[in-house]
Ligand binder design. Structure first.
Ligand code: AMP
Ligand code: MG
Length: 342
């Protein structure tokens, strides 16, 4: 499929993972048309496409869930959020779902040798990547902040989370995936037929695509503009997350510094990967894994992906695409600059 023809059938062009409607969808009756909405939250664009008679009502519930999760739970800037309370008091009582989320990430931290680590907050605060304050910190500052980074020092007892000395929690690596999990729960409670819920680099594909059963997902070209794609894959319902070095970065003296930190060095991860897309059974897992895999690189990610029964598509700096077996067979490269390894 040529890139140009492909562009014509993209319905959502601004997001990291692009959802593609098939041409058949254009001939659908009004009833099969989803209710679509986009809004800004968690520093990114959310979009919902809900199929079924109650689409508008369900979309409103999804939007208020996201606002609530952002302002009252995960935001580091909203003083009302549980995570900022944890920042101020070093200990906070969190609702069950957030405890479950943190436990899930802690397990993936252990399984990845700390490649994803929510106690990386002191480091991300130093870099400020994604804000106008972004700058290269002093080496000494990085070393000092690094001494606080260790997921094993964060303790959970019942519903109470207590951080270790000098630690700051940053749930940026999993917040959008968590929102996808919360969205799936709402969709199921309201018997929604099908839905594409897109939260920045994380996507929930719920139910069957009314057009042709499978969903087609296009992955953004990590070296192209926001609407360029390099690959398309087909998948059943599930969760997809992409981590890429193009999502948030700044440039200084001709060098680019992106937002995914290697918790071992305190600097942007440099595993040779520029984009990795993970498909898994939960949003929190796909999101935590995408960050971990970005830090680990292809080889070291394989046992981790296997353990979580997840599939992944990696892109290296020289535009080589590496994928786990199952998804490799369902993936088509749509940009001739990219090639599969081997
Ligand atoms: P993602 O785009 O899902 O890979 O998440 C990246 C975001 O998670 C960054 O913007 C930081 O807020 C945070 N972060 C960066 N590096 C890490 C890491 N190694 N582990 C956990 N969180 C991280
Ligand atoms: Mg992530």
């Amino acid at each position: 499929m040529k890139n140009k023809k492909f562009k014509e059938i993209i319905s959502v062009a601004i997001l990291t993972v692009l959802i593609v409607s098939t041409l058949a969808a254009a001939f659908f009756t009004n009833r099969a048309k989803p209710y679509s909405e986009s809004f800004l939250a968690m520093g990114t664009t959310f979009s919902t496409e809900v199929y079924g008679r109650n689409g508008k009502e369900v979309a409103a519930l999804l939007k208020s869930m996201v606002t609530d999760v952002d302002l009252n739970l995960l935001s580091r800037t909203s003083t009302a959020s549980k995570i900022s309370e944890l920042g101020r008091n070093k200990s906070a009582e969190l609702p069950n779902e957030i405890i479950e989320l943190i436990k899930t990430v802690q397990e993936i931290s252990a399984d990845s040798g700390g490649a994803v680590d929510i106690t990386v907050g002191e480091i991300t605060d130093l870099w400020q990547i994604g804000t106008s304050e972004a700058a290269i910190p002093d080496k000494a500052e990085i070393q000092k902040a690094l001494s606080a980074v260790d997921y094993r020092k964060l303790k959970i007892s019942g519903n109470t989370v207590t951080v270790g000395n000098g630690q700051t929690v940053d749930l940026g690596a999993v917040g959008k995936g968590y929102a996808c999990d919360a969205a799936a729960k709402i969709l199921s409670e309201h018997n929604a037929k099908a839905c594409v819920f897109s939260a920045g680099g994380s996507i929930l594909l719920y139910g069957k695509n009314p057009a042709d059963e499978l969903w087609q997902v296009a992955i953004r070209d990590p070296r192209g503009s926001a609407s360029d794609v390099f690959a398309v894959f087909k998948t059943e319902a599930g969760f997809v997350s992409t981590s890429g070095d193009y999502e948030r970065f700044f440039e200084k003296d001709g060098k680019s510094y992106h937002h995914i930190i290697d918790p071992k060095s305190g600097y942007p991860a440099d595993s040779g990967i520029i984009s990795v897309t993970v498909i898994a059974d939960s949003g929190a897992v796909s999101d935590a894994l995408s960050t971990a895999c970005f830090v680990l690189g292809y080889e070291k990610s394989l046992p981790l992906l296997e353990k979580y029964n997840a599939q992944a598509i990696f892109v290296t700096k020289d535009k080589t695409v590496l994928a786990t077996d199952e998804i490799r067979n369902k993936t088509e490269l749509t940009n001739s600059d990219y090639h599969f390894a081997g």
